[in-house]
Design a protein around this ligand. Sequence first.
Ligand SMILES: Nc1nc2c(ncn2[C@@H]2O[C@H](COP(=O)(O)OP(=O)(O)OP(=O)(O)O)[C@@H](O)[C@H]2O)c(=O)[nH]1
Length: 321
Amino acid sequence: MENDQSAMNELHWLIDMVQTIDVGLVVLDRNNDIQLWNGFMENHSGVSPNSIKGKNLFETFPKLPADWLKQKMQSVYLLKNRTFISWEQRPYVFEFKNYRPITGRADFMYQNITLLPLASLTGIHHICIIVYDVTDIAVNKLQLKGANEQLELLSQTDGLTQLHNRRHWQECMEHEFERFNRYADIASLVMIDIDNFKQINDKYGHPAGDKVIQHIAHLLKNALRETDCAGRYGGEEFSAVLAKTNATDALQFTERLRTQIEASEVSYKDQKIKVTVSLGINALHSGMGSSSSWLSGADKALYQAKQMGRNKSVIYTDEQE
Ligand SMILES: Nc1nc2c(ncn2[C@@H]2O[C@H](COP(=O)(O)OP(=O)(O)OP(=O)(O)O)[C@@H](O)[C@H]2O)c(=O)[nH]1
């Protein structure tokens, strides 16, 4: 008698705990009809246990990913083993709003889900869906991921021009060299240097010089294609890899850019500043041993453009050695 009383008490406590625990609990039979729907599920869905008992889960919640969830449940019945679904795989299964004050930025509740096979004397005929609210963890992790991506981008970007900084451009260029070299593809490397830049700094001041650098970077960015990779190589020096571009086409590109820069002017305070650039081109060819020889060829062509009086584009040839 005492044992019966104690067992009854335990059952009551268990029911109380199931109803009040801050975790969602749903029990489904083989037809996916709802046998248990606890307080957590009621609070977040607005549907009471009494009104939903015996109803089909997928008919009551048509937004659920039915095919996907049924497949998961099928494997639980088959393997007689629990399965887990992380918010990283699928942010949520039940579309519940997020009311948490700290993580107010998430519109919905991120969920981890466990599908638990429930055994009876005659086998497994029910499954329990356990729903954990992991919004705080998910939002923190996503914020951290976002901040890290932002940091990575900052570490790769030149602050003045928003082009790739030298280190990142060099990585990009080496990667392109490997890729184009392996598939015997064509590509050209271009080095660009502002002419007599020291004089611009001396005459108009350093902030005006900075504005000139930004102006050239802007024109360069606009002239490039999505697949081209450009960077600020040094103070007043820029570099670009033009994908799928031979020397002749690269020369067309540099001449267009050069004449555009020559025709433009930079307004600084009430002054108009005119600038020109010199450009060196080196097209990739078989037998080019390394990315550094690709780069140094373009540098030599640039040097020659300077020697020839500046405001010129020059294609690298072996004679420049
Ligand atoms: N305003 C500004 N000036 C810079 C920056 N980085 C480098 N410089 C300046 O750029 C100038 C480069 O001068 P030089 O290397 O002598 O070359 P140049 O005067 O352009 O002459 P050529 O290249 O031979 O046509 C130096 O005076 C540097 O101080 C920068 O970020 N901002």
